[in-house]
Design a protein around this ligand. Structure first.
Ligand code: GLN
Length: 547
């Protein structure tokens, strides 16, 4: 097996995850089988217990892994479904080393941070590669070089490279600032990052030069001299309008050829035609479809982050492009609607509204207020997980007349919990047993014959990914159905409500699952596509009215 390690330099959030996904994509397009692994430096066992504003979205795998959002990028770029094996954290590594020690698994030797921790990291990487039957395993190391936290992962690279010098390539994704006052691209921070790698016993083979602009010849030369690489190993990676352009840009720099040569693999024929066509289409599309996302995981100080909802955003984009529209997405803070009820009227300017997943009661009443507004105004609505649960609460209150309806998540003593704790969750909550204990991963749902969902999927049984502790309370089924709420998707045993749809509405759909996780650029999720179709219809009709 061959290995490509991707590490970051200078600062985070310059697109290391997307670069890793793009490297996997271009190798795949050359006919090689890839597996992609993310190594996170946290002591956390998984991302399930990390706040979204802290760490971005929790991406849920088919097998229920609660992972770093980068696994979403890997899936979207390569189309390969990740498993537990594709996500490694410091916590997992130490946990298994300690377990093995307790089981006398080290035959009486003393267990040491080096080499036992890096060896466990390597073992896990190999498991992921083998499971994916990969020719090349691409491994992204979280954080940036020079941090204490990821040093043992760098040590794993060093040890692996010592053993298999011909099978390991190292890519440094670095940032080259162009300070406004200077107007010139600076290589110095990258030189420091490269030195940092050197002091960990590593030498980058390639440097992906993330910057606002293309890197030019003089700077390639500087990087070559100061970082000890070939000038052609400095790969230009300028800002792009859409992340899906990145593999195409990398190929313009002949990156797959260079990587294959480095790893002594034969170059095979290229095939990225469909992808290129999509990229060209994205550039061409003009007419917008305006989608508002009413959420709460946006703020960090004075800045707005959208990372917490990245799969939702990408799913909207995929569907919009497939429907021939340019997505225009706005972040709407639910708490604003709590402060000022009249503000919900601003939702009228959108073609469709999404309330995504969430936890806890902050912002909940604001979300419910916006759901009431879009239901009454017949604006297409798509509720994902919490967004479905709140749609049920709103419908119970405002249509069924159950004024004190709520979810047990917000009021454990509620008289009318239309959303209540799942039976198998009650004890877990009492025991404060929170880690990886929700209803997680892929489950089937059966769609009712007359539903919008059935039409969208054109299938009777679907599989989608879940992450929740609460569910629709079956005691209220009859009342809901009588008032025009269709239970459009149920678990195969009929017990769990997975989809609700308001009948007297162009598109009012709530899903207990997260359809965003299965959407891919060339294969949008069917429900997102149906939602965008409804939004498109609203935008066309509104235009007619204006004329
Ligand atoms: N907090 C809700 C639950 O646990 C919804 C979860 C979610 O939106 N992912 O059921």
């Amino acid at each position: 097996m061959k290995y490509i390690f991707v590490v970051g330099g200078v600062m985070s959030s310059v697109g290391k995850g997307v670069s890793t996904a793009s490297i996997a994509k271009i190798l795949q397009s050359r006919g090689y089988k890839v597996a992609v692994v993310k190594c996170d430096m946290y002591i956390n066992i998984d991302a399930g217990t990390i706040r979204p504003t802290e760490h971005g979205e929790v991406f849920v795998g088919e097998d229920g892994i609660e992972a770093d959002q980068d696994l979403g990028n890997y899936e979207r770029f390569t189309g390969i479904t990740s498993t537990r094996a594709n996500y490694i954290t410091t916590g997992q590594v130490y946990q298994s080393v300690i377990e093995r020690e307790r089981n006398l698994g080290y035959d009486g030797e003393d267990v040491e941070v080096v080499p036992d921790i890096p060896n466990e990291i390597i073992r896990r990487i190999n498991v992921a590669g083998k499971r994916g039957k990969a020719d090349v395993t691409v491994i992204e190391i979280g954080g940036t070089v020079g941090e204490y936290q990821n040093i043992l992962f760098l040590e794993a690279i060093r040890i692996l490279k010592l053993k298999h010098p011909e099978d390991v390539a190292l890519v440094l994704v670095s940032y080259l600032p162009i300070p406004k006052a200077v107007g010139e691209m600076k290589t110095k921070p990258t030189q420091y990052a490269s030195r940092s790698l050197n002091s960990a016993g590593l030498q980058a083979d390639f440097i992906l030069c993330r910057a606002e602009k293309e890197i030019d010849a003089p700077r390639r030369k500087r990087l070559a001299i100061f970082c000890g690489i070939e000038p052609s190993a400095a790969i230009s990676a300028p800002d792009v309008a859409s992340i899906y352009e990145i593999p195409v840009n990398f190929e313009r720099e002949k990156l797959s050829d260079k990587l294959l040569t480095k790893l002594k693999l034969k170059p095979k024929k290229k095939n990225m035609d469909e992808w290129r066509k999509l990229v060209a289409k994205i550039r061409r599309l003009q007419e917008p479809v305006k989608i508002g996302i009413v959420g709460k995981y946006f703020g960090t100080g004075n800045f707005t982050l959208s990372d917490s909802y990245i799969s939702v955003i990408e799913a909207v984009r995929h569907a919009a492009w497939a429907e021939g529209r340019q997505p225009e997405i706005s972040w709407l803070n639910a708490e604003e609607y709590e402060k000022d009820a009249r503000k919900v009227k601003e939702l009228n300017q959108f073609d469709g509204i999404i309330v995504p997943g969430g936890f806890g009661n902050r912002g909940v009443e604001g979300k419910i207020r916006s759901i009431k507004y879009v239901r009454e105004q017949k604006i297409p609505y798509f509720g994902l997980c919490l967004g479905m649960q709140l749609a049920a609460v709103e419908f119970a209150r405002d249509v069924c007349g159950i004024k004190d309806a709520t979810s047990e998540e917000f009021d454990a003593e509620a008289k009318n919990p239309v959303i209540h704790t799942m039976l198998d969750q009650v004890q877990k909550l009492k025991d404060k047993n929170y880690g990886a204990t929700m209803r997680l991963g892929s489950y089937p749902a059966v769609l009712s014959a007359d539903s919008l969902s059935r039409e969208a999927y054109s299938k009777r049984t679907i599989q989608e990914r879940h992450r929740h502790r609460y569910e629709f309370n079956n005691k209220y089924r009859d009342r809901f159905m009588k008032k025009g709420m269709r239970l459009a998707g149920l678990s195969p045993d009929g017990e769990l409500v997975e989809i609700i749809e308001a009948i007297d509405h162009p598109f009012f759909v709530g899903t207990q699952f997260h359809p965003e996780f299965t959407s891919r650029p060339l294969l949008p999720n069917p429900l997102f596509r149906a939602f965008i179709r409804a939004a498109k219809k609203r935008s066309t009709e509104r235009k007619k009215v204006k004329k």
